[in-house]
Each structure stands twice: as structure tokens, then as C-alpha cells.
Design a protein around this ligand. Structure first.
Ligand code: EZ4
Ligand code: CO
Length: 469
């Protein structure tokens, strides 16, 4: 604490130029390169990590020895990160899955990030986050932020294992006994949605997200479409194929959705919490109309109404409706969250910890949101792996302004490759008391499930023009 983190950062450029001067005297380009490399290595290692000054008292100094990237497809594609350390048996597991662009993240980790991490101190999580985010000049974007999240999760996992504590303890300890969860109910018609919702409620869910196929449109986000269940298994059939195209028309969608919720409220009663995901498909005025028309059915929230680019458009919805609003699964910068939170334009911030930079980023979003009475609702779909779901719940359990947690049940084939992760009970998510994140990866099992190229569907209007997915 009393010691500055690194002399290297103070010397920085001065040290480098000094050595460059010396190297210039040398007549061989090769030796110059070697000297510069040696100096860079010294800056990074001796000053930043090698000094055991940063280590926890009583514990030996620690170094990262390897970063392994595991790409695997147990039911769907996942990119896992395993950060190994100089302490035998001590490693961290993170998730760096970006649906549809998995190999770009894997290449970023393997080719660009891993060489920067070997020999660093894995305990310096914040410094590593800053170094990987602000260090490379070309910062941000979903690929880099997903890679950074994978590393961040693995480092938090190591820290928890070292401290012999589950992560929520290191994040401040429990603020609640469980994290209120919501599941998805979707169907080809209202009755099918009702049926699926009832089954979820029987299973203990107190909150259900409802999506219905829109008559006359081929495929609707989050539903089995208007097809038979066999034909609707497009995801599996489509692995290694090309993206499916869904057809979207806002007019039909806007007519059907309020009627769905009128129906569900009448059938399911007032107690169950209902949610709906617009999946960034609406224009501001359409979203304002939908939020207004849904008011009588008292949604828990209306999710991701607008495209992620222009946050101020949420003002228009706010002016017209008291339906609670949630936004953020497509955000990949902390700064995406700022206008929505500071103007209180939303009620729930629902970043994806796997795409915004991990736990280190999520804690900051949550703290900012707390100051403006915004609650969290971290993205929790099947296309991010169990370590990110575990990170979600460790944060949920330790912050004061947790709102709700989206969740999925992973199939057995996935759990054989990636074990651990949060568990559902009586409407709430919880984590075990295993130290760290509580997940592990079976590399042998992962090898048996090789990557298969897969795409999310895309959407078009009836006239063939591109529609936001
Ligand atoms: O479609 O994660 O709220 N959940 C969602 C997800 C997203 C996928 C896209 O990769 O919107 O199901
Ligand atoms: Co969503």
C-alpha cells in the first residue's frame, strides 16, 4: 500500500529511450533488438511482478506461467481460459465466449494477450485489467472486452482459491441469501407460453420472461417460431451452417405483445413477475408505445427495447410510460452505461459480465448504478459459459442493488466439460462455498467436443431489408 506499484511505470519512457540510445551505439540490429527486448522484459517483470512486495503476507510470490485457451462445443461453443501459476495446482478458470465470433476471441487471447501475461503477478487484478484495456492503444470492442473478461474471471478465481474463500466473500460478503432468478417461457401461441410459464412456476420460478411467435412472421426472437418442434431445432441443425433468417415487422409485433401479457395476467394471476425482451428491435417511438400499452400488466421490466448506440432515446420511452426498463446486454464498454444510469433513464442495468470486462468491470457498473437507484440484471443466457454465470451470482450476492438474475439450466453434456457454477433452488440462484468462482474445466472432455462454426440468426423485414437482430 505504501509502496508505489511499479518503478517501471514512473521510469516508463525515460528508461526505454535511455536504453534505445545505448542500443543505437551497437552496430548490429540483432543485438539492438535483443537489448530492447531485455529491457522491456525487465520493466514488466522485475518492477511489476517479480518483487514479491505485492504478494499477500505469509504467501509466497506468485507468477502466471501459462494461459491456456480451450475452445469446445459441448452442445454449443464455449471459449474457456485457464490461467496457470507458479504454485503447483493453483490455476484460475474463466469464460471468454462471444457467440458467433468465438475464434476471434481465442486468437486475441492466444496470439496477443497470453504473451503479455506470462510472468506477471496474477494477484494484481486491477492493474492487469487497466494494462490490458488501456495498454494496447486500440481499446475496447466486443472481442477484446470478452477476452479481457475471460482473464479477469480467471484471476479472481485464483485470488479466491488463494484466500480459500468463495468470491462473494472477497467482494464484501453476502447481502442476501440468494439471487432472484428469471427463466424463459416461449411458445408458438399464447396457450403454449402459458403452459411453459406454469411449468416454470411449478419448478419454483417467481419470475418468467415471456416471448411468443408472431403470426405471419417467420421466426421471432426467443420463440420456437411458427414451426414444429423438430423444425425449430434449428440451432443444432445449423451448427456449421449459415445463419437462419428471421422476418420481423414491428406493426404485427406491437399488436401481439400487449395481448400476450393481457392473456398471461388473466390466466396466471397478479403475483408472478412477468418480463419481456424486445431484443433491441424497436425504434424509440415504437418502444414508447409498447411500454405504455404494457402498463396495465405490471411487468417486472421490459428488456432491451432499443439499439445500443443512442442511449438518450430512452428519454422518449420514460416520458410516456411507467413500465420499468432494463438495458445493456450488448454493451461492451463501462461508458455505455453512464448516460442511462446518471439520468435514471432505466431501472435495471443488464450488462453481460462476459462482454464488458468481467467482475472488475461489473463491480464498477453496480457501484455507479447504486448511487442512482438503478438495480442490476446481468445477462445470463446459454451462450456464455458457467464461469460467467458464477461471476454473475457472486456479484449478485455481494452488492446492495442487485435486481434480478437471468439464468439457464446447462445440459449434462456441457456440465461434463465445465463443472460447477451456480445452482437454482426455489426461485433463487446460489453458489457453493468452494473457493474462487467454483467452476472447473475438464480439458480431456473438452477435446472430445471440437468447435463447430455456428451463427446466431439474422433478421430482415418483409421487403428484404436488414433488421436489427
Ligand atoms: O439472444 O445471448 O436475454 N437474453 C438474450 C440472449 C441473447 C443471446 C445472444 O447471443 O437476449 O438470449
Ligand atoms: Co436479452
Amino acid at each position: 500500500m505504501h509502496k508505489p506499484l511499479s518503478k517501471a511505470s514512473q521510469l516508463g519512457r525515460r528508461g526505454f529511450l535511455g536504453l534505445a540510445g545505448v542500443a543505437a551505439l551497437s552496430d548490429s540490429l540483432l543485438s539492438r533488438k535483443r537489448v530492447v527486448r531485455a529491457l522491456l522484459a525487465k520493466d514488466m517483470l522485475a518492477e511489476n511482478t517479480g518483487s514479491s512486495a505485492g504478494s499477500s503476507p505469509g504467501l509466497p510470490p506468485l507468477k502466471i506461467t501459462d494461459v491456456r485457451v480451450i475452445v469446445t462445443c459441448p452442445d454449443r461453443n464455449y471459449v474457456l481460459v485457464k490461467v496457470l501459476t507458479s504454485e503447483p495446482g493453483l490455476y484460475g478458470v474463466g469464460d471468454a465466449t462471444l457467440n458467433g465470433r468465438e475464434l476471434a476471441v481465442a486468437a486475441d487471447l492466444e496470439q496477443h494477450i497470453s504473451p503479455l501475461l506470462v510472468d506477471r503477478d496474477p494477484e494484481q487484478i486491477e492493474d492487469t485489467w487497466q494494462y490490458l484495456y488501456r495498454g494496447p492503444y486500440w481499446r475496447g470492442g466486443p472481442v477484446q472486452m470478452t477476452a479481457l473478461a475471460g482473464i479477469d474471471l480467471a484471476l479472481w478465481d485464483i485470488k479466491g482459491k488463494r484466500a480459500n474463500m468463495p468470491l462473494y466473500q472477497l467482494l464484501g460478503g453476502r447481502t442476501r441469501t440468494g439471487a432472484l432468478a428469471y427463466t424463459h417461457a416461449s411458445g408458438r401461441d399464447f396457450a403454449e407460453v402459458e403452459d411453459v410459464a406454469r411449468r416454470a412456476m411449478k419448478r419454483g420460478f417467481k419470475c418468467v420472461r415471456a416471448q411468443v411467435a408472431i403470426p405471419g412472421l417467420e421466426g421471432t426472437y426467443g420463440t420456437p417460431g411458427n414451426k414444429t418442434p423438430e423444425a425449430a431445432a434449428w440451432r443444432v441443425a445449423n451448427l456449421a451452417g449459415l445463419p437462419q433468417t428471421e422476418v420481423f415487422e414491428p406493426a404485427s409485433y406491437l399488436r401481439v405483445v400487449p395481448r400476450l401479457f393481457e392473456y398471461l395476467r388473466a390466466k396466471l394471476g397478479p403475483e408472478v413477475e412477468l418480463l419481456h425482451d424486445c431484443h433491441e428491435r424497436l425504434d424509440p417511438i415504437q418502444a414508447a408505445r409498447l411500454a405504455h400499452e404494457l402498463e396495465p400488466y405490471h411487468l417486472f421490466f421490459l428488456e432491451d427495447c432499443l439499439r445500443p448506440e443512442y442511449k438518450e432515446s430512452f428519454r422518449l420511452i420514460r416520458e410516456h410510460s411507467t413500465t420499468p426498463l432494463a438495458m445493456g446486454e450488448l454493451f461492451n464498454s463501462l461508458w455505455d452505461c453512464v448516460p442511462l444510469i446518471k439520468e435514471q433513464l432505466i431501472d435495471y442495468i443488464r450488462c453481460d459480465l462476459g462482454h464488458i470486462g468481467g467482475i472488475t468491470a461489473g463491480r464498477k457498473v453496480a457501484a455507479l448504478a447504486e448511487l442512482f437507484q438503478v438495480r442490476t440484471a446481468w445477462h445470463g443466457p446459454g451462450d456464455i459459459g458457467p464461469p460467467t454465470h458464477a461471476a454473475n451470482v457472486h456479484v449478485d450476492l455481494s452488492i446492495p442493488n442487485f435486481g434480478i438474475q437471468e439464468m439457464v439450466f446447462f445440459p449434462d453434456v456441457t456440465r461434463e466439460v465445465i463443472s460447477g457454477g451456480p445452482e437454482f433452488k426455489d426461485g433463487y440462484m446460489n453458489v457453493s462455498d468452494l473457493p474462487g468462482l467454483g467452476c472447473d474445466v475438464n480439458e480431456e472432455a473438452a477435446k472430445k467436443c471440437p468447435y463447430r462454426r455456428a451463427y446466431l440468426p439474422t433478421a430482415r423485414r418483409k421487403d428484404g431489408s436488414v433488421q436489427d437482430w
